[in-house]
Design a protein around this ligand. Structure first.
Ligand SMILES: *Cc1c(COP(=O)(O)O)cnc(C)c1O
Length: 223
């Protein structure tokens, strides 16, 4: 049995190796440990060895797990990486430091309102549906430039960069490269791309954030 801390060390080592191979400083890449479905005890193992950046995909689940952990580890940075409904925006702004899944105007407007209301300026990523998959969230690549103007320039959101989840059956590198092109064109620095199966490729293509769940916490229970 490998432990969370062992697996985390392995991922870190591989991340550093991938970064070195493409002459990038490893510290330029943030490892977001995706703890969705895993219990607080597993998360605590990662916290105990110094990991601080985590991703969750559901507001309700995160609300149940994180206030207790945060009380012991106040310097945690929590990212929302799953779809956000407008009726959960208040809770999401209160709980998450970074919201990676901003993908439509209505949501962007609610976020801007709610951040003003709570006097909290949270970082956001715009989610891009690089594969234009009907079941997947994210703005289409051709709509991204307008969406950047709306969110960053008109609404004044703290838009850090772009996030994408490539289609399962396709070569992820093509999608990572597209995301990088879109970010550069809009003057955005951060790129959240790459998961357990493909984070090394994402690092080569410029990821600033990789979102790794299974390789750190093990398989998730099938829902
Ligand atoms: C679950 C999830 C991940 C982590 O996936 P793994 O394959 O377990 O590393 C990354 N990003 C998003 C958006 C997810 O929902």
């Amino acid at each position: 049995m490998t432990t969370v801390s062992e697996r985390l060390a392995t991922v870190r080592a591989q991340l550093e190796k991938a970064a070195r191979e493409c002459a990038r400083p490893p510290q330029d890449i943030t490892l977001v440990a995706v703890s969705k479905t895993h219990p607080p005890e597993a998360i605590r193992e990662a916290l105990d060895v110094g990991h601080r950046v985590f991703g969750e995909n559901r507001v309700q689940e995160a609300e149940a797990k994180w206030p207790g952990l945060r009380a012991d580890f106040p310097d945690v940075e929590l990212h929302l990486i799953g779809p956000l409904q407008t009726n959960k925006v208040r809770e999401a702004v209160a709980l998450f430091d970074v919201i990676e899944t901003v993908d439509r105007e209505k949501l962007a407007r609610r976020l801007a309102e709610e951040m003003a209301e709570q006097d909290l300026r949270r970082g956001v990523f715009l989610q891009v549906n690089t594969g234009k998959e009907p079941q997947k969230s994210g703005v289409f690549p051709e709509d991204l430039d307008d969406f950047v103007r709306l969110t960053r320039d008109d609404l004044g959101l703290d838009v850090r960069g772009l996030m994408a989840i490539p289609p399962q059956a396709e070569e992820p590198a093509l999608h990572f490269a597209l995301l990088r092109t879109l970010a550069r064109r809009n003057g955005l620095a951060a790129l959240s791309m790459g998961m357990s199966a493909d984070y090394e490729i994402a690092v080569q293509l410029g990821a600033s954030h990789i979102r790794v769940g299974t390789a750190i916490f093990g398989e998730r229970p099938k829902l």
